[in-house]
Write a new protein. Structure first.
Length: 142
């Protein structure tokens, strides 16, 4: 005689809990990898922005002397370059420092420029950790 009341229809609670736990572990691993890639992408944008500012300064130096390029002129170059900070999304409107100590606010994603005593412009930026994004400054010289 066939017993129809003992047939198995569905999953047990233990099986469902195991599946949910596996999905949770996979999601956490994927989230950590995703967040790491976001930081790398922002750093890559800062490097590209620094390169853009370097190119703009270098092109200005082809038409002007380094002594003609002051803070206001340099800030105008940055504004005209349309550089946006990848960390906070704001347009960058200033980037000038008069010395290499960079004693101002280290805003993550910001590009900074300083001119040394030999009229050489140094360009770099800060990554999301507040450290230089490039190991060595980009150099713009007449």
């Amino acid at each position: 005689m066939l017993n129809i009341y003992k047939t198995k229809n569905g999953f047990t609670i233990i099986e469902l809990m195991v599946v949910v736990a596996i999905i949770g572990i996979i999601s956490l691993i994927g989230l950590r990898l995703y967040l790491g890639q976001q930081e790398k992408a922002k750093d890559a944008i800062v490097k590209g922005n620094a390169s853009t500012i370097h190119t703009l300064i270098q092109s200005e130096l082809s038409d002007n002397n380094a002594s003609d390029i002051d803070e206001a002129f340099l800030n105008q170059v940055v504004i005209n370059g349309g550089i946006h900070n990848p960390v906070n999304g704001a347009q960058q409107i200033s980037s000038y420092y008069s010395s290499p100590d960079k004693s101002g606010n280290k805003i993550p994603g910001m590009i900074y420029v300083w001119k040394d005593n030999e009229d050489i412009f140094h360009v770099n930026g800060w990554n999301s950790s507040g450290n230089d994004v490039l190991q060595t400054d980009l150099i713009a010289i007449k």
